[in-house]
Design a binder for this molecule. Structure first.
Ligand SMILES: [Zn+2]
Length: 375
């Protein structure tokens, strides 16, 4: 592992049962076992993606862990030969499911699909993720909305710690005799309270996990607060284990998280924004529906080597978007994900070269002077 001498940035290798992943890494989200609009062939041939994220909550409800396991696990089911990280389902239960009851045992909730009652426990979510065959499994945690009171956050940290311990006990029993299995990561919670985050992180270190996540961020708090929580939590986690910040962020935030010692990130932003007409370029955001692109023969981003930028004009992409064509979503998603992956590759190279501080300075001044209207 290489580490920046000035900031907390690191460059390393994450070993999984389905290949080695260079870090820092951005993981595109494939909620339903599919990165919307792109085939695994696109993800491999066009993006050389090494790892993606899928959502336990959605796949647990439909088609269900037993079905997926019978059909070759998630890798076989979705025909994806590289690494998969699945979340614990906690975040969706707390954000999507209207009716829910949290107890020390787990969380009782109603499916957003048909209202059926389900119970997620630390043990059942490990079982579901083992059935999926995930390369990285996440322990069930309680994710609070923002803002939360200190007392609510304190109770939630206690519950998250108890659930993590239960998840690890169950995981260690279940992997006995298994030939191949993924790593289980616990999640640091604590809302926006530094002391609770520190307490949670130090307790979770006792689990001697193969990696650690920082969760409960990107829930509506100001960006400066998310960064502050990461800045004080990351250094408390074991140096030789990957650190994953869940649910971030904007392109300009990626180097900021890496500078604070983060190795892994995921977000729906690049794919969701692509579908909504917001493209990320090396010169800032581009809103494709704007009339100024109607006759624009240039690619989205002249500096981008992606398939979309090599073959199609802004005018054509705007036309597809306006006409509601499916092809628009594929081409736009391909570009936005390429942009995110390229940012992380540039960051990794700069850490390896030893000039990440200069990269960070340049990225900050580019953000400060960004003029999207002039694109
Ligand atoms: Zn492109």
């Amino acid at each position: 592992m290489a580490q920046c001498a000035v900031t907390g940035a690191r460059a390393g290798l994450l070993h999984t049962p389905h290949g080695v992943v260079e870090t820092p890494v951005f993981m595109p989200v494939g909620t339903q076992g599919s990165v919307k609009g792109l085939s695994p062939r696109d993800l491999i041939e066009q993006l050389d993606l090494r790892i993606l994220l899928a959502n336990t909550y959605h796949l647990y409800l439909r088609p269900g862990p037993a079905t997926i396991q019978r059909l070759g696990g998630l890798h076989g089911f979705m025909s994806w030969p590289r690494a998969i990280l699945t979340d614990s389902g906690g975040f969706q239960v707390f954000s999507l499911s209207g009716l829910r009851k949290v107890t020390d045992q787990g969380v009782l909730f109603r499916s957003h699909l048909n209202g059926d009652a389900h119970l997620f426990t630390p043990e059942s979510t490990v079982d579901a993720q083992l059935a999926f065959g995930s390369d990285i499994l996440m322990a069930l945690d309680e994710c609070l909305p923002y803002p939360a009171s200190q007392e609510a956050a304190r109770q939630s940290v206690q519950r998250t710690l108890a659930w993590a311990q239960a998840a690890f006990r169950h995981y260690h029993e279940r992997i006995q005799g298994l030939e191949r299995y993924g790593a289980l990561f616990p999640i640091v919670q604590g809302s926006m309270f530094g002391d609770l985050r520190r307490h949670c992180a130090s307790e979770l270190c006792e689990l001697d996990a193969e990696g650690y996540a920082i969760g409960g961020l990107s829930v509506g708090e100001p960006r400066a607060v998310s960064l502050e929580m990461v800045e004080l939590t990351a250094p408390l986690l074991p140096r030789h284990r990957p650190r994953y910040v869940m649910g971030v962020g904007l392109p300009e935030e990626l180097p900021e998280y890496v500078a604070r010692g983060v190795d892994m990130m995921d977000c729906v932003l690049p794919s969701r924004n692509a579908r909504n007409g917001c493209l990320f370029t090396s010169r800032g955001k581009l809103i494709i529906k704007q009339a100024s692109y109607r006759d624009d023969p240039r690619p989205l981003d002249e500096a981008c080597p992606c398939y979309t930028c090599r073959h199609f004009s802004r005018a054509y992409l705007r036309h597809l978007f306006q006409a509601g064509e499916i092809l628009y979503a594929s081409l736009a998603t391909l570009h936005n994900l390429r942009r995110y992956l390229d940012i992380l590759r540039e960051i990794r190279q700069s850490v390896l070269r030893g000039d990440f501080p200069a990269y960070l300075d340049a990225a900050r001044s580019a953000t400060a002077s960004e003029q999207p209207a002039e694109l």
